[in-house]
Design a protein around this ligand. Structure first.
Ligand code: 5GP
Length: 112
């Protein structure tokens, strides 16, 4: 069965898309946890980071670099946080790999 994010890739569910290319898609989170909260996902269906294979190494780099590109476009390149929740116990709720790009407020450490 398709995940929610696969349906967004396929255009079956609408999202506020901020970036798209052959490898990935980025769109605004529906329940933002910061003034800027963007999800960056691979078009390839990888349920979670720990499911990535050797052959996915380049794609993982592309996802990180895409976060950089979006941050530059939004002029937040010196102030953003990336989060990957890997597995339900770590807070993952949608099982299609995604990076959370967060900015626009102070962030504390350690994360909650
Ligand atoms: P996770 O908890 O798996 O790390 O993150 C999933 C994220 O997807 C959450 O931040 C949640 O707000 C977001 N989300 C859930 N449903 C939708 C939706 O239909 N559209 C968008 N744009 N984001 C969603």
């Amino acid at each position: 069965m398709s995940t929610l994010f696969k349906k967004i890739i396929d255009g079956e569910i609408l999202a506020d898309i901020v970036h798209e290319d052959d490898n990935c898609l980025a769109f605004k989170d529906i329940a933002p946890q910061a003034p800027i909260h963007i999800l960056i996902i691979p078009k390839k269906e990888i349920p979670m980071l720990s499911d990535a294979a050797e052959e996915d190494q380049k794609l993982l780099g592309i996802l990180l670099f895409t976060a950089n590109k979006i941050a530059k476009k939004l002029s937040i390149e010196d102030n953003f946080r990336l989060v990957i929740n890997n597995g339900a116990k770590a807070g993952q709720s949608v099982f299609h790999l995604h990076l959370h790009l967060l900015s626009g407020r102070p962030f504390s450490w350690p994360p909650g």
